[in-house]
Design a protein around this ligand. Sequence first.
Ligand SMILES: Nc1nc(=O)c2c([nH]1)NC[C@@H]1CN(c3ccc(C(=O)N[C@@H](CCC(=O)O)C(=O)O)cc3)C=[N+]21
Ligand SMILES: [Mg+2]
Length: 303
Amino acid sequence: MPEAKRIDGKAFAEGLVNRITRAVAELQARHGLKPGLAVVIVGEDPASQIYVRNKGERTEASGMRSDTHRLPAETSQDQLLDLIADLNADPGIHGILVQLPLPDHIDSSAVLGAIDPDKDVDGFHVVNAGRLAVGLPGLVPCTPLGSVMLLKDQMGDLTGLNAVIVGRSNIVGKPMAQLLLAESCTVTVAHSRTRDLPALTRTADILVAAVGRPEMIKGDWIKPGATVIDVGINRVPSADPEKAAQGKTRVVGDVAYAEAVAVAGAITPVPGGVGPMTIACLLMNTYTAACRSAGLDPALPDA
Ligand SMILES: Nc1nc(=O)c2c([nH]1)NC[C@@H]1CN(c3ccc(C(=O)N[C@@H](CCC(=O)O)C(=O)O)cc3)C=[N+]21
Ligand SMILES: [Mg+2]
């Protein structure tokens, strides 16, 4: 078996962001419309602060407006809902993202449910989950959307392929199942109560790992030649014991990459796989929402 192809999500995302950037310039020139994204973060979690800063920089680099609202950890749910009502009513804002997780005293589903579904660029509102489930146009969660773009680029038509998704979250596993079903895959969603998971994953032509457990999926759980999408982003101690002792960390996926690469046909690395696609799809969803708000076609120019 030759070594698996490494699916370069970072390069694919750069190409997608280039197309979005050109489309944004054209939208501005022809229609005087500048897409606007509002990102809301509550509290001081350092990892979240880094993601939010990255999102803001990427949004502005693509020619869109980016507003970041940093609220203290003790912000009340009512104060957060008031901000969302203002953003819903702001005609210059086409996309709203509330960074998760929220502090424990705030009910996330109440907050996500308060976002105008047509501005819900995360695709987490129940209305968008429903639209996806019945095949209506809506906004699709960024990580599954980006993952399916990589799969189609890699494999072409996915019709009839066996897809196994490990993880049943509302933000990745469930929407991923809907998207692959729409591509006419035979979809199985596995989770922590699934019996004999390795036997099931070995049936997968497409294996999606979205469990949040570092390197849980082993090489011998993978069907030879399968395409593996690793959604996990797990921070673990450095492999070097001396560096680990100094508190140094590294990022690994939900798949044991070194084993998997010897068995799979193609695999996304972590980092540099699905993560960059998530951000690119956030920009795409913001552009899509802005176009739809003006009754315009959100199709992107070719590469
Ligand atoms: N409402 C909401 N929407 C989100 O989409 C959301 C969120 N909350 N909360 C936090 C998570 C995390 N997240 C990431 C996106 C991209 C990378 C990414 O691009 N990672 C790079 C670098 C990884 C590294 O080295 O740290 C990579 O995988 O190559 C990572 C993490 C979006 N999230
Ligand atoms: Mg789960």
